[in-house]
Design a protein around this ligand. Structure first.
Ligand code: PEP
Ligand code: MN
Length: 282
């Protein structure tokens, strides 16, 4: 580990994200819900918004189970240009309908600076995906907003690089940043990525920002979601973002890692039971 991490008298270059001058955990409101500050928050929903029926079915179900934010991709940054790219603006409108029906705030991914205007009135948390963690022009623009940003760790990004990327947003004046560990690329092909579970306590030590885990993209398989979610809670994460689908076998993206509605209900019950043991409110 380099001196920036170890030497506590050294002022790290991610000074706004650092815990050195900001000892308390940061918490902030999203709608009526407090993120961080002792809460374990569950964001859930489909990888991609596909149609009205799918979106509303999932949103109503995860809301009833106790999720606090609805996720769904409208602009999908797919590895292959031949895969479903998302519904775009129509997807944002379906997310707004889901919010109207359930009251749940919306998180969705932004892939381009050009879309910021469209996100402004419709989105409660803007997600920056792994592929855009170092899209510095995008990060700078998000720094000018007050809408919270969930910043995912890049596939091959170090913890320091994640913190420096968060600094781009914070230094623009936007203090509402959530860091998200979503698995990194390693030599192990069995899981889609390797969940760097150690990154959670490391980030909590170095930074005051809320830290989330994405067990879905980390494991790539639905049956890994529950054990990885439990691990996230046990190591001190402030929440998880989970993919849920009403019909995973026919999902347009990431069906293998998506929980059914019933499996999500069961995950919620398990985490609610465990929360007191880890000093978390859920
Ligand atoms: C997603 O959340 O759907 C997504 C694309 O995640 P990541 O950026 O972590 O790959
Ligand atoms: Mn996905």
């Amino acid at each position: 580990m380099n001196e920036i991490f170890e030497n506590t008298s050294h002022q790290p270059s991610w000074k706004l994200a650092s815990r050195q001058e900001h000892l308390e955990d940061t918490g902030f409101q999203v709608g009526s819900h407090l993120i961080g500050a002792g809460n374990f928050s569950i964001f859930a929903g489909p990888c991609a918004v596909e149609n009205k029926q799918q979106t509303l079915t999932i949103a109503k179900s995860i809301a009833a189970a106790g999720a606090v934010v609805f996720r769904g991709g409208a602009y999908k940054p797919r590895t292959s240009p031949y895969d479903f790219q998302g519904l775009g603006e129509e997807g944002l409108d379906l997310l707004s309908e889901a919010k109207k029906e359930t009251g749940l705030p919306i998180i969705t991914e932004i892939t381009s600076v050009d879309d910021i205007e469209k996100f402004m009135d419709k989105v409660d948390i803007i997600q920056v995906g792994a592929r855009n963690m170092q899209n510095f022009s995008l990060l700078k623009e998000l720094g000018r907003l007050t809408i919270p940003v969930l910043l995912k760790r890049g596939h091959a990004a170090t913890i320091e690089e994640l913190l420096l990327s968060s600094e781009y947003i914070l230094s623009g004046g936007n203090e509402n940043v959530i860091l998200c560990e979503r698995g990194i690329r390693t030599f192990e092909p069995y899981t889609r990525n390797t969940l760097d579970i150690s990154a959670v306590p490391v980030l909590k030590k170095l930074s005051h920002l809320p830290v989330f885990v994405d067990p879905s993209h980390a494991g790539g398989k639905f049956w890994l979601v529950e054990p990885l979610s439990k691990a996230a809670m046990a190591v001190g994460a402030d929440g998880i973002i989970v993919e849920v689908h009403n019909d995973p076998d026919n999902a347009m993206s990431d069906g293998d890692q998506s929980l059914t509605l019933e499996r999500f209900d069961s995950l919620m019950l398990t985490l609610k039971k465990l929360a007191p043991a880890f000093n978390k409110t859920l």
